[in-house]
Design a protein around this ligand. Structure first.
Ligand code: MRU
Length: 354
């Protein structure tokens, strides 16, 4: 149906329904978003997450605001500002809101036009993801040919599949494509502490698709690389600067360092909407989200009786510090896989995209 995508869809009554990612993999729940405030909350509380899907929900959030406030542009702008600041690092959020506000400012039928634009953004993401799948899988085939491999071991961090960007994600898109092409592929899935997006979400996605994978503790990747058990590393990104520095889930930088030290290709897959063309030095310029220390102290899971439990793993008075992202400098990145082509992570190549 028009406006229907795997992680989110419009209902008959025009609300937005989303998979509530906080409950995966043990419970399948959805959440109905009926207003701009609902969209803001769903992004802030991680009901939805992943740069692309955050942008999609933000876009539909502006449509929900238009439905609430009609021709009262001022109130739509105020609500959109709240959506725009619901999380700081993923630039797709700001990109999507700004694109929607262009429509609000120029429209004579704001409800119809914002709905159409939000659907268009999602439809474009489907195309972007398909292109990234193809170009990324061509790289997998090239490496296999060059190294005479009959099977391929790829390591990924966090979740950059269809829960994070429709339709097959970014980093996982070439993996889904490899499965379609009949390649014998195996994925090392970093658990991705503290929220465990790898263990909870990537592993769930790959299980659903029947893709061979193994969840590993975040600290394991370097050891695997030293023992030639990884042929390629691929992750998504939340913001990539015009000079090619990439912000992604905390811990990505350490994987890039280990990959460099072991001569293993390290790729970032991203749509053009993840570039921040205004910034260059990612370490200085990108705002890194600092999240609640509760995510360090607490773990959620299912016990041996099948009951969902939340438990504390640190002493009651321990302090925690929880940075959500880190920046991988361009010098550690082999190439950027975008829908417009595979490019070197440098200013000349990136600016040529626009
Ligand atoms: O905090 P999250 O779960 O929103 O972080 C998500 C990631 O870091 C993904 O790797 C990133 O968004 C790229 S996928 C589009």
């Amino acid at each position: 149906m028009h406006g229907t995508y795997k992680p989110l869809w419009l209902t008959q009554s025009g609300d937005l329904e989303v998979i509530d990612q906080r409950y995966l993999p043990h419970e399948n729940k959805t959440r109905l978003l009926k207003s701009g405030a609902d969209a803001t909350e769903a992004i802030a509380d991680m009901t939805v997450r992943g740069a692309g899907v955050i942008g999609n929900v933000a876009a539909f959030g502006v449509y929900l605001l238009a439905r609430e406030f009609g021709n009262d542009t001022e109130r739509i702008l105020q609500g959109a500002q709240k959506i725009r600041s619901s999380r700081p690092t993923a630039v797709n959020l700001m990109w999507a809101v700004d694109r929607m506000l262009e429509v609000v400012r120029n429209s004579t039928n704001v409800v119809k036009d914002t709905k159409a634009e939000a659907i268009l953004i999602c439809d474009e993401d489907v195309q972007r993801s398909q292109m990234i799948a193809k170009l990324g899988c061509d790289i997998i085939e090239d490496i296999m040919k060059k190294n005479k491999l009959s099977s391929f071991h790829i390591l990924t961090h966090c979740n950059a599949g269809w829960l994070a960007i429709i339709d097959d994600g970014t980093a996982l898109a070439p993996i889904y494509e490899a499965q379609r092409r009949g390649i014998d592929i195996h994925v090392w899935v970093d658990e991705t502490r503290p929220r465990n997006q790898g263990a909870n979400l990537t592993s769930w996605e790959l299980s659903q698709a029947g893709i061979n994978h193994t969840v590993i503790a975040d600290n394991t990747g370097g050891h695997l690389m030293q023992h030639k058990m990884v042929d390629m590393v691929i992750t998504g990104a939340d913001r990539v600067t015009a000079c090619g520095d990439a912000a992604n889930k905390i811990g990505t930088y350490l994987k890039a360092l280990a990959a460099k030290d072991n001569d293993i290709p390290f790729y970032i897959a991203l749509p053009l909407s993840t570039f921040d063309f205004e910034s260059c030095d990612g370490i200085k310029d990108i705002e890194i989200e600092v999240r609640s220390e509760d995510e360090i102290h607490m773990m959620r899971g299912i016990d041996t009786h099948g009951q969902i439990q939340e438990i504390r793993i640190t002493p009651r008075n321990a302090k925690g510090l929880n940075y959500g992202f880190d920046v991988t400098p361009a010098r550690l990145i082999t190439a950027l896989i975008t829908e417009a082509g595979v490019i070197e992570p440098n200013k000349e190549a990136i600016m040529s995209l626009i």
